[in-house]
Design a protein around this ligand. Sequence first.
Ligand SMILES: [Ca+2]
Ligand SMILES: [Ca+2]
Ligand SMILES: [Ca+2]
Length: 230
Amino acid sequence: MKRRALCGTSFAGVAVLCSVMAAGCGGGSDLPALTVTIPATAAEDGGDVTGTVSVAVAPASDLTVGLASDNTDRATVPAQVILPSSGTSVDFTITIVNNGDVVGDELVTITATAGSYEHGYDSMTVTEDDVATITVVIPQATINEGSTLPGTVMVNVAPSTDLEVTLTTTDDTLLAVVSPVMILAGEISAAISITATENGTVDGDVDVDVVPDAVGYVPVSDTITVIDND
Ligand SMILES: [Ca+2]
Ligand SMILES: [Ca+2]
Ligand SMILES: [Ca+2]
């Protein structure tokens, strides 16, 4: 995708942009233009990508080009690059920010400016790689038959309305869990309670998973070992 700023239009936003260009706008003069070319998309976890700023005719002397990103939470660029008088383009690195937040795909616009040039810009979509998860956390590694322990169920994205969480275990004859529990709107966790059922059978020590389920969240279970007392 390539775009150039249009000067002399009646749109208020564009007029403000053009006013920054001093002599470049309003008089109808045909200043040489900077052209920015960047990939249309970049994956949040895909590493850095390369952009290019170019001009139609090589500058008379090395040209300092200022660069800016309008969404530095997603992508950053060097403050400036030098377009050498020996050429018509220069590459620059776009650093893609890989975070753990779940915000969805977002648009980033990279703008290039230089004195006596019409500025140029191009936009890209940085695609989200993180997902909303719901995770069971049981602090202890073991639970004795006949006893009860507290735990927590946590989300990495707070729900906008109360979230019902269903909990199950992979062996409900040995380990019971109170279900459902609610994570309240705006909160990220709720307490849970697990009980190792007392019985008279020789079961041995058994690993049991506690598995969460909530609409819109990827489940992450936890494992605890039930210690037999028979
Ligand atoms: Ca990420
Ligand atoms: Ca993310
Ligand atoms: Ca037993």
